[in-house]
Design a protein around this ligand. Sequence first.
Ligand SMILES: Nc1ncnc2c1ncn2[C@@H]1O[C@H](COP(=O)(O)OP(=O)(O)OP(=O)(O)O)[C@@H](O)[C@H]1O
Ligand SMILES: [Mg+2]
Length: 599
Amino acid sequence: MTNPSQSHSPIKFVALYTRVLKMLGSDRKLGWMLAIANVVLAMAMFAEPILFGLVIDTLSRASLDDPAGIWPKLAPLLLTWVGFGLFTISCGAVIALFADRLSHRRRHIVLRDYFEHVLQLPLAQQADTHSGRLMKTMLQGTDALWWLWLSFFRDHLAAAVSLIVLVPVALYINWRLALVLIVLCIVFVGLTHFILRKTQVLQQQVEGHHSDLAEQASDTLGNIALVQSFARIEHEVSALKDISQRVLGAQMPVLSWWALVNVLTRSSTTLSILCIVALGAWLFTKGLTTVGAIVTFISFSGMVIMRLEQIVGFVHRLAMEAPRLQEFFHILDTESSIHDGPHAIDLGRVRGAIAFENVTFAYDKKHPAVKGLSFALKPGATIALVGASGAGKSTALSLLYRAFDPQSGRITVDGHDIRDLQLGALRSNIGVVFQEALLFNRSIADNLKVGMPEATEAQLREACASAQALEFIVQHPQGFDTKIGERGRALSGGERQRLSIARVLLKNPPILILDEATSALDSATETKLLQALDAVTKDRSTLVIAHRLATIRKADTILVMDHGTIVEAGSFDELYAQDGRFTQLVKEQFSDASGQFIS
Ligand SMILES: Nc1ncnc2c1ncn2[C@@H]1O[C@H](COP(=O)(O)OP(=O)(O)OP(=O)(O)O)[C@@H](O)[C@H]1O
Ligand SMILES: [Mg+2]
């Protein structure tokens, strides 16, 4: 995902607005009904000024000698007025209620869609986007959508319809006076267009800085321990202040421009009213209009001006929200590079025959992290990857569960290219103990049940016992219900590792990936855990990464990796006998290399 805030291509407001309105999905029918009700309501609004004019004319023509004679003429007008009043009030209330419900409901549906979409994007596409930024885009984007739907059905549509109808009606009532209103409309449109052109790029910059702010703040908050231990509080606060400064620096000119629009529109409004009154008085003296027509017209002008101001206010707000929406849609439109093919199949539970065939993968498209990797694993066998830090071990195994797809070569499971398998089905066959125990800020039980939601307490206990985790869990007063904090912060490193092993045992997959699964354990616990793992891995295809070579003593095959390639392969004893890279690693790890530690 490239960061949209860095591109300053002009926002196409109409396209953006149309897209927002098209997102009503299953609520489209209600949307149409609300739209029609809005048009009816907008039409009914005109009745009031017309009735007002008619009342004035009736009064001015009435003879004071016969005051009672006025009422038969006035009564129908007043009753009609009451009728229209009741109709517009109730219609308005119903529209407001349904528009509210519709936009709240849609906001949550779109939020769920965005969330699901982001979760499906492969890690490679996530890498350059911080979770803080994704979160900010989700919340602000859906807020902007909510506001647009709500205001479309409550104000915008009625305002647009009123303007379209008001102007011809005004021309019909008195074309000379109506010309003033038309000039006013042109001034408003011209001004708004001018300001939009002036502020669009700046507003995009503001939004970019806002996203930076969200990213920086969430990054800092996620690393509070680091910030405190390195006494970086002041530094982090000042970094945030810098971004705030940049937000304000870009925001101020935009605010000034819109303040200018406000002043100019207000002045032209006052001027227009003055013109209408003066012109009306002059026309009256010439006998070209009645007092009632002038009053009607001034009411009309009030309505036109109110609608114009509403529309300018809306354009202003849309200009502020547009970059947020653009960012939101940009992420929503990012297509996942890893997805099910049209003929993807589900193999059910696989046997676990795995083959890497000349697999090459690079994160940055230039420097491969894994180069021409080939090896095979029979069902139930164990393969171990060893090698220096950064050799590409974790990367190689992450290709198996399609965290990334290789640029060349292929990986097969039970003879099928993994790209021909359904992603969910493939992943449900693989259990990963990650190098960093990845845990949710939920209870221990919830974390364990990630791979098996229906697990019973007895099953949880059994898995935890195998993973040497039961002892520390039952020590907590709340046992399996203990909340473990963000990323399992409330647990020790070794406890986190044992929990993530228990989680994978519970998932019970035919293929296991253990990436430094026991590195944080003391040797006594590790020995116990390895014994338990022996039983578990016996009938599963297992891929182990370990720095501690003693832990891979029993692997069927050991692959020694260096700079993304396999430099040696064989059993422990074969490799040790070769006196090559592996022997060197063993010797480095055990000062007494006579073999007593390793045999
Ligand atoms: N998400 C990523 N984006 C870009 N480069 C990455 C990414 N993850 C790893 N790398 C790079 O790829 C190379 C291989 O990393 P990898 O994590 O596979 O090494 P490793 O053999 O597992 O090392 P270790 O034993 O330290 O865990 C390293 O040079 C690393 O910097
Ligand atoms: Mg690694």
